[in-house]
Structure formats: C-alpha cells, structure tokens
Ligand binder design. Sequence first.
Ligand code: FE2
Length: 373
Amino acid sequence: MAIITTEWTGTEYFPISELSHVEFFVGNAKQAVHFYRSAFGFQPIAYSGPETGVTDKVSYVLKQNKIVFIITTPLKSIHPASDWLKKHGDGVYDIALKSENAMQAFFSCIDRGAESGGTRVDYKGPNGKYVKYSIKAYGDTIHSFIQAKDYNGIWAPGFESVNLPDISFEAPNLLTIDHIVGNVEINRMNDWKEYYERIFGFTNFVVFDEDDISTKYSSLKSRVMRSKNWKVKFPINEPAKGLKKSQIQEYLDFNEGAGVQHIALLTENIVETISALRKNGVEFLHVPDTYYDELPSRVGEIKENIDDLKPLKILVDRDEEGYLLQLFSKPVEDRPTLFFEIIQRKGSRGFGQGNFQALFESIEIEQARRGNL
Ligand code: FE2
C-alpha cells in the first residue's frame, strides 16, 4: 500500500485558499470549446480576442459549478503559445490559484527561489482591481496567482460576456477540481516534491514508491503534495521500471517533456456523471468484466450496486479511511498526453492506487480466457 500521512508539516508562507482556474493552450479554441461544452458540459461565460481589443490570442472562459477552464489559442506565430503548441500539442499551460495579494505571493515565491512565469497583469480602473503574477512550474507549465476579489468586470481585463449558440448535451454535474497530476522526468520527482515544499510550503501526504507492489503494474512513482486546507492537491509522478513500458514515459515522449497528465473532477454521483459523459461521447479506459468478479472481495461492502457500476465500467478502491469511485478518460488529444479522471469520494482521501494492480490482473485473466497468456 501507499504510505499516507495526513498530518500537516508544511509552512504557510502566504495564504493559499483554492484553485482559480486551469488554462489550456490549444491549436483551435473555437473547436476545443465546442468539445468541452458538448462532451463535458461546460458553459461559456467570457471571451477575449480581437473583438475585445486583444489582437494576438483568443481565450474563452468555461465554467461548471466551481470548475473554471480557460481555452486559449494564439492568433500569430510570434505569440509564445505558438512555440508551446509546436512542442507539446494541446495541453495545460497554467494551474492558477486564487490569491488575497498576488504580488506578495509572487515575491514570497521568488524569495525562496521560484522563477517568474512571465505573465503580469496589474489593473486598476473603472472595473476595480485585478492582479495576476506567475511563476514557473514543471515543464513549460506555470502557476498564476489571481487576485480578483475587488474586480467587478467580466472575468478579467480584456474579457467580455459571450453568447454562443445553445447546444444539447447531458449534464454531468462535475463539481470541482479534486487534484491535478504532473508527470516529470525520471529522477526529477523529488526535485518537484521539494519545489512544492519550498515554494508553496506544501506537505507531502502520499508516497507511492518502487517497492510498492502496485508499482510493478503501473510503472510509476508518485508524491502527492497538498495545501494545509486540502483544497489544492498536486500528485507528481515519474516513470519507474515495471512489467511494461511506463505510461509516464509514454506521456513524456509525446509531450516532449514534463507537463500535466490528468485533471481529476469531483462528482457526488459518479453513476449519473459517467452515464452522462458516455452519452456525450467521452471515451473511457477499457475495464474488463473480470474486474467486477474480484471487486467484492477486494473492497468489501459499498453502498453502490455493482450491477450499476459494471456497465459504466466505474472503478472502486478502498483504504483505511473509506473508499472512492473513479474512472479515467482516454487522452483527449491525438497525442497520448492529457486525460481526465472522474472521482467520487466516500471517505477515502487516496488516489485509487489499488486499481492499477486490479486492472492489470483482470486484463490478464481476460487474456488467459482467450488463451493468449
Ligand atoms: Fe488522479
């Protein structure tokens, strides 16, 4: 089992409340927005582009309950996002945090060795005050600090409200971002663990290592970093030697470096959520029926009916504190890079590591039944 330490040993260098949003760089925001609306059920709430006085890029702000995604595309080859996209393809550029005082948070991080991420907005005007400062994170991702408490305009300076044609979809009712996972290069995991300790004052709460039995199957090592209030959780993975090629190494090869591997979205009713997402055309990981034969003996009693979970291929894992239900989408780009996780927590604060082994074993049972093992 993974080692889970729930006590807090971090330092509050500056106040950290919760995530503000995640910004994606994509090749064509107009089309990506249609996907996040029709497949994942997001609502467009703001737009920035030539019509609002921004000439070099277009951004759409999408919202669903507490989740905010910004989908950005460069309009010119000289925009830095063009180089970013050439290297990585569509993916996550900015994991932004809400801040009481963005400038103070930024300089506090710089004092402890962080590098500036480049973006800086310091607006004071008819719509109030909006401040944004950024620092570099793993790969070519950044963390922005967003101070928007006293901003009364639509989203941020340069944004206006947006009216896109209505489209129909099944509402998945995704509530908030549970965690965001970064994949980093081999032997770099501990450097990034230390980065989150030193720069953000976070605590390391899950350790998932090579001597862990499940590592053989998942071929990864992981450190989960968290904020004091548990609202910001960043697992950091690196590849490990296992029974097959590490999925982390495959990501690093196709992303051409470190980056965000998956975003986990929380629901309070995973059966309804997965059912809606499947109707909307979201593709999920293959789960063999044999997984469900072993489920009762592996996780014990759960409130959900296994006959409801099996057709939707929802996974279950248990630890000392409770259990969780989860399912992983296939990558949402042609490069096998970023994917989404849907998660419902029933007491467990873990990440479902037991599922790596269970999935691997049930795939083997399936293979054996076909006489291919
Ligand atoms: Fe996850």
